[in-house]
Design a protein around this ligand. Structure first.
Ligand code: PLP
Length: 403
C-alpha cells in the first residue's frame, strides 16, 4: 500500500465545517453568520499598542511561555476578579490562541487510552483535539431546554443529568472539558453545576480543562464562575482564555493557560515545541488590553446582549425556533419545521440560494441530534444583521414551496 497518505490520526476527523462555511460564504458572497469573528473594529487603544510595539522593535521571539507583562496582567486580572491568587511565573503560559492552549494542554496531560469527558454539543475543535492527543472521548449530553420547564429550574436551560455525568467517569478518566459560557448553546454553567462536576473530578482524581474564552460575554445578569474558584479545584483546573473574543481580535492568535504549578512545566514544554511562542508585539498589546477599565467589559456585554435580541427577533420572524443564549455570541436554532433532509443540506441551501451562512448543527454533535439544528453568530454590525434579515425573506418563500 502506498505511503503517500495521511496518518491514521488525520483521517479520523474531517476538515472544520465552521471554517468551510466561511469559505463557501466567500464563494457565494453571503452574509457570514457562521464563524465566530466580529466584523467591527477592535478597540483603538489596543491597535495603537500593537503598532507601537512593532515600531519599538518588539519583533523578536518573546520568552517561550509568554512575555512577562502579559503573563502578569493575566494573573493580576484573574486574582482581582475572582480573588484566587495566580502566580504568573508558575502558572501562566501564553499560547497561539486558546486553540493552541487546548492542544498543548491535551498533549501535555493525556496518555493513549486516557478518557476525557466532553459535553455534547461541543465546540467543534474538542473532537480532533482528543484524537490528536490520543484521548478517548466520553460524551455527556447537554439536553435541550424543556418547553414546559418552570423558569429558573435547570431544565429551563440546557442541562445535564447528574447521573449520566457520573456514569461517564471511571478510573481511566483523566480530564473533563468544560466550556462556560458555552459555544454553541449559550449556556452559562451555574456554581451548583460546577460543584457537581468538581465533586466527580475530586472523586476520580481528574483534571478540569475549563475553556472560558467567553468569560466577559454574558447576559441577563448571569455571572461567570471560573471552575478554578470552586472549592478544591484550584490545583486540578487548567483554565483557558485569550484575547480573541474579549477584545475582538480573533486574528491575533493570542491565548493562554492558567494551570496548577504541577502541570505548568508539561504544558510549557509542549507549547514550546509546537509553536515556540505567540506573536511578540501582539503579546505587548495584550498586556494593554487586559488593563482596559471595567466599563469596557460592561459595554462589550451590553452591546452583545442587544445584538442577541436583534438576531433572535430576526430568526424567530423567519420561523426558526431559537434557544436563547445567556452567554457567548451564538444562537442555536431548531430547523426541523423547514422540511430539509438535514442540517447540512439546509446550510448549503441557505448560503447558496439565500445568501446567509450558518453552521450545521451536526458539527457540534457526535450523535444525530445536530441534524435538526443550525447555529448562527451575532458578533456582527447592525447593518450585517439587517442584511441577513432582508436575505432571509427569500427563505420564507422557498420554505413554503418546499412543504
Ligand atoms: N474555544 C471556544 C469555545 C471557541 O468558541 C473558540 C472560537 O470560536 C475558541 C476556543 C478559539 O479561540 P482562539 O481564537 O483563542 O483560538
Amino acid at each position: 500500500m502506498s505511503k503517500l497518505t495521511g496518518s491514521k490520526k488525520a483521517t479520523q476527523f474531517t476538515e472544520s465545517v465552521i471554517r468551510e462555511m466561511t469559505r463557501l460564504n466567500e464563494l457565494y458572497g453571503g452574509v457570514n453568520l457562521s464563524q465566530g469573528f466580529p466584523d467591527f473594529p477592535a478597540p483603538a487603544a489596543i491597535k495603537a499598542a500593537a503598532c507601537a510595539a512593532i515600531n519599538a522593535d518588539v519583533n523578536q521571539y518573546a520568552v517561550t511561555w509568554g512575555a512577562r507583562p502579559l503573563r502578569e496582567a493575566v494573573a493580576r486580572e484573574f486574582t482581582r476578579r475572582y480573588g484566587l491568587e495566580v502566580v504568573a511565573d508558575e502558572q501562566v503560559t501564553v499560547c497561539c490562541g486558546s486553540t493552541e492552549a487546548m492542544m498543548a494542554t491535551m498533549i501535555a496531560i493525556i496518555d493513549p487510552g486516557d478518557e476525557v469527558v466532553i459535553f455534547e454539543p461541543f465546540y467543534e475543535n474538542y473532537g480532533p483535539d482528543a484524537i490528536l492527543s490520543g484521548a478517548t472521548p466520553r460524551y455527556v449530553t447537554l439536553h435541550e431546554p424543556e418547553a414546559a420547564a418552570a423558569p429558573g429550574t435547570p431544565q429551563s436551560d440546557w442541562w445535564f443529568d447528574p447521573q449520566e455525568l457520573a456514569a461517564a467517569f471511571n478510573d481511566k478518566t483523566k480530564a473533563i472539558i468544560i466550556n462556560t459560557p458555552n459555544n454553541p448553546t449559550g449556556k452559562v454553567f451555574s456554581k451548583e453545576e460546577l460543584e457537581m462536576i468538581a465533586t466527580l473530578c475530586r472523586k476520580w482524581d481528574a483534571i478540569a480543562i475549563s475553556d472560558e474564552i467567553y468569560e466577559h460575554i454574558i447576559y441577563d445578569g448571569r455571572q461567570h464562575v471560573p471552575m478554578a474558584t470552586i472549592e478544591g479545584m484550584a490545583d486540578r483546573t487548567i483554565t483557558l482564555n485569550g484575547l480573541s473574543k474579549t477584545y475582538s481580535v480573533t486574528g491575533w492568535r493570542v491565548g493562554w493557560t492558567i494551570s496548577p504549578p504541577s502541570l505548568t512545566g508539561a504544558i510549557r514544554k509542549v507549547h514550546d515545541f509546537l509553536t515556540v511562542g505567540a506573536a511578540a508585539p501582539l503579546q505587548a498589546a495584550g498586556a494593554v488590553a487586559l488593563g482596559l477599565p471595567d466599563d469596557y467589559y460592561a459595554r462589550l456585554a451590553a452591546g452583545y446582549q442587544q445584538r442577541r435580541d436583534v438576531l433572535v427577533d430576526i430568526l424567530e420572524r423567519h420561523r426558526f425556533t431559537c434557544y436563547k443564549p445567556f452567554g457567548a455570541y451564538y444562537i442555536m436554532t431548531d430547523i426541523s419545521t423547514f422540511g430539509f433532509a438535514d442540517d447540512v443540506e439546509f446550510a448549503r441551501y441557505l448560503v447558496k440560494d439565500v445568501g446567509v451562512a450558518a453552521v450545521p448543527g451536526s458539527s457540534f454533535y457526535k450523535t444525530k441530534a445536530g441534524r435538526t439544528k443550525l447555529r448562527f453568530c451575532f458578533c456582527k454590525r447592525d447593518e450585517t444583521l439587517q442584511e441577513a434579515d432582508r436575505r432571509l425573506e427569500k427563505l420564507v418563500a422557498v420554505g413554503v414551496t418546499l412543504h
